[in-house]
Design a protein around this ligand. Structure first.
Ligand SMILES: *[C@@H]1O[C@H](CO)[C@@H](O)[C@H](O)[C@H]1NC(C)=O
Length: 402
């Protein structure tokens, strides 16, 4: 008797403490559609900044000395961080949240849909569009829910959570979990995006106490095929194609690799590479790669980075750049790496030069992924390949960009 009373009391306490579950999302939409990925005219090609952002996002452990900024200086997350919106994010997608249009970064390397909000200090949101929940008739707060993508270096963003109607292209998701920023670090303030649309797997969503589904997880049931494709041509406007692959965006055949989603990413084996026209295949057993539109560069195992720059005359590792730099006049080889068990992606020489570092020195698009066994294939890869993210499998497909 006593124990059943104790149980009832415990259950009552638990019921009081536990926030109500999020309501189920309601989906309606077109079977196929595409949304513009607008090339950001303010995008600044700063290799060091792109590298530091990737290191923070993925918690990478450097194997060589990094710029002083890496060690956390000036990166503290603050509700009043200031910086002028400029570079950072190369492609922006217009998204309607509760009828308010924001330009968001589609990120296949994370799983939170978060937005700049009116709860941020004015200095943090200056230059950004931001979401005001009180102006939305369809907003509903998820009481007691929070989210947090703080990184080890103190950068990141965090806040509270609600649901609202999110429209991306031809799909409307009612009661989509929307994460409202109350704090953002200066990295995000200076990025031109007004937030992110995470398109990796639900298992890495950061909402507490209950993880929330991504827009794609909600939307896929209304699509003709449960997939979306990224078309991100170099220095030009692209699209994200939902529910189909657009044959005008690629050439040849789409090759697919089976995805292992256990780490929450679009991840596949990536155990071999070739440099330039050499047919020599170098093997890195156990290595994987993730397809990450939210990262700019290509980051890989050190062996691959070292072997590549050994073929570039004048290339040196610069600790102040945080990566390999070389004379801008250098001739670069192509880089090929395996995606899945059989097929190689080849990045043309022109894309291997990320841009000017300083003076006549340029920063390489290929840099170290640190000590881990996971390569990161970012926008430089997508400048060369149309990418297909298919929930069926799941699998990742790629074909040369048109
Ligand atoms: C590039 O970014 C780094 C790291 O944030 C910064 O120290 C550097 O001043 C930037 N370079 C330019 C030219 O803006």
């Amino acid at each position: 008797m006593l124990s059943s009373i104790t149980t009832i009391l415990a259950l009552a306490a638990a019921a009081r403490a536990a926030p109500a579950p999020a309501p189920a999302a309601e989906i309606s939409g077109l079977p196929t559609f595409s949304v513009p990925a607008v090339h950001n005219s303010n995008f600044v090609r700063n290799g060091t900044a792109a590298l530091l952002k990737a290191y923070a996002k993925h918690g990478l452990t450097p194997t060589r000395e990094m710029p002083s900024e890496f060690y956390g200086l000036g990166k503290r997350q603050d509700s009043s961080a200031t910086a002028s919106p400029a570079g950072g994010v190369e492609y922006l997608v217009p998204v309607s949240v509760g009828g308010q249009t924001l330009n968001l970064d589609f990120d296949t390397g994370s799983s939170d849909l978060w937005v700049f909000s009116s709860q941020l200090a004015a200095s943090s949101r200056s230059g950004h569009s931001y979401y005001t929940s009180s102006k939305s008739t369809t907003y509903s707060a998820l009481s007691g829910y929070t989210w947090d993508i703080s990184y080890a270096d103190g950068s990141g963003a965090s806040g509270n959570v609600g649901t609202d109607t999110v429209v991306i292209g031809g799909t409307t998701v009612k009661k989509q979990a929307v994460e409202l920023a109350t704090k953002v670090s200066s990295t995000f303030v200076s990025d031109s995006s007004d937030g992110l649309v995470g398109l990796a797997f639900d298992s890495i969503n950061t909402v507490s106490p209950v993880q929330q589904k991504t827009f794609f997880t909600n939307a896929k049931s209304s699509l003709n095929a449960a997939l979306f494709s990224a078309y991100l041509p170099f220095n030009a406007d692209g699209t994200y194609d939902f529910g189909y692959t657009d044959s005008s965006h690629y050439t040849g055949t789409i090759e697919y690799a089976t995805v292992d989603s256990s780490n929450g990413f679009w991840e596949f084996p990536s155990t071999g590479y070739k440099i330039g026209t050499s047919s020599t295949v170098h093997t890195i057993s156990g290595q994987t790669g993730i397809a990450d539109t939210g990262t700019t560069l290509i980051l890989t195992a050190d062996a691959m980075v070292t072997a590549y720059y050994a073929q570039v005359s004048g290339a040196t590792y610069s600790s102040s750049a945080g990566g390999y730099i070389f004379p801008c006049s250098a001739t670069l080889p192509t880089l090929s790496f395996k995606i899945g068990p059989t097929y190689y992606a080849t990045i043309p020489a022109s894309l291997m030069n990320f841009g000017t570092y300083s003076g006549s020195k340029c920063f390489g698009s290929l840099q170290s992924a640190g000590g881990g066994s996971q390569n990161i294939y970012g926008d430089v890869f997508f400048n060369a390949y149309y990418g297909v993210f298919s929930a069926t499998g799941p699998k990742f497909g790629f074909a040369p960009i048109a």
